[in-house]
Design a protein. Structure first.
Length: 285
């Protein structure tokens, strides 16, 4: 049985005011530092505006994990000289990775972050070279304790099968993010998720492959059962309606923990909030 199930969203949901969000949910994964530089004064203001501790997860700067596109990281992204593009991302050593590590440390310290998320793109395949780059990075640059007691999470996408990614993360001593509800037509990974348990877990629910506006109740209950098999589990929603789904999931997890009927009134889960006056992207400029 989980000691803590911590629920939140991947990014501040559209139309949900900052203050209202943290009245209902205890955790927010922010992508802003991944995209580009954020002023220290902005990070400080975000932290001061949230009364609870350990309320943030920070997605690591793209300088560490991602290769720049044809136009770099975009007009609001990390600045990249065209002749240096081939040196950036995939955990490759160099001054750009060092810049990203510095920015991540500053963000995690200022925000009192609970989690640092290293999200890799589809181009980061399970090759021997990529594995070795990750081994070097998490052994020498970002070992346990490098960010204090901030939990290091790797969020793979692309060609990494869940059991393979999970085993590799265990080898590195980090947590692997999973989406247990992602569409799996062949049922290939059903047994893996049925037996998944441990200490820390990090679940990012994307809603990929599902056409419903909201997550179905039985899906939320299934997710709650998986989360409850860990000592501590973060459950982060990146679905069509993440705020409503996260609130409903919190109720399902609480009901399961207390042996109650998880079906319940969804009042307020759909309620629209005032426009977001603290939009993260605008403040970060």
């Amino acid at each position: 049985m989980a000691k803590h199930v911590i629920v939140g969203c991947a990014g501040l949901p559209t139309g949900v005011a900052w203050s209202r969000y943290f009245q209902r949910l205890p955790y927010l994964e922010i992508n802003t530092v991944h995209v580009g530089p954020v002023r220290p004064s902005v990070l400080k203001r975000w932290r001061q505006s949230v009364p609870r501790a350990r309320a943030f997860g920070v997605v690591a700067p793209a300088l560490i994990t991602h290769e720049p596109g044809p136009r770099g990281f975009g007009p609001r992204g990390w600045p990249v000289a065209p002749e240096r593009k081939a040196e950036i991302g995939r955990f490759r050593p160099g001054e750009h990775r060092d810049q990203g590590v510095h920015a991540l440390r500053e963000a995690c310290t200022t925000l009192d972050a609970a989690v640092a998320v290293f999200r890799t793109g589809p181009e980061f395949t399970p090759s021997a070279a990529n594995r070795e780059l990750m081994r070097q990075f998490f052994a020498e640059v970002m070992p346990a304790g490098a960010l204090g007691d901030c939990v290091r999470v790797w969020h793979p996408t692309g060609l990494w099968d869940p059991p393979v990614a999970h085993a590799f993360a265990e080898e590195l001593g980090i947590v692997c993010a999973h989406d247990p509800l992602v569409t799996d037509p062949t049922g290939e990974f059903a047994a893996f998720y049925a037996e998944l348990e441990g200490d820390d877990a990090y679940f990012v629910v994307s809603g990929l492959g599902r056409s419903r506006r909201h997550m179905a109740s039985d899906q939320l209950e299934e997710l709650a059962e998986i989360a409850q098999r860990h000592q501590r589990a973060w459950v982060v929603f990146a679905t069509n309606e993440p705020f409503a789904d996260a609130i409903r999931f919190g109720r399902a997890a609480s009901a399961l923990d207390h042996g109650d009927d998880p079906a319940g009134d969804d009042e307020d889960a759909d309620a629209s909030a005032s426009p977001d006056t603290d939009a993260l992207e605008e403040e970060a400029e």
